[in-house]
Design a protein around this ligand. Structure first.
Ligand code: SF4
Length: 79
């Protein structure tokens, strides 16, 4: 309900076939800019970490960023 991306096109958050490195970097940067002030950013990022989302920008993190982050403990996530 409170996601900043709620009515946005998902193309900004997910890679498309044939996307070049430069386009990918620009797209991810723009997506992160949307996520930065999102009121559900933490929940979004935690969801991606817990479920092992392999693609896309979630909670201001790319799939590459998430490789270096640990999922939160489930009890903490639910509180
Ligand atoms: S943090 Fe998640 S819900 Fe918020 S804008 Fe980014 S992708 Fe959308």
């Amino acid at each position: 309900m409170h996601a900043r991306c709620r009515s946005m096109d998902t193309e900004l958050f997910f890679p498309c076939e044939g996307e070049g490195q430069g386009a990918r970097i620009r797209r991810e940067r723009a997506a992160k800019h949307v996520c930065e002030p999102c009121p559900v950013r933490t929940e979004c990022r935690n969801h991606a970490l817990i479920t092992g989302e392999q693609f896309g920008v979630w909670g201001g993190t790319t799939e590459k960023d998430r490789r270096y982050l640990r999922p939160p403990r489930l009890g903490r996530y639910r509180s």
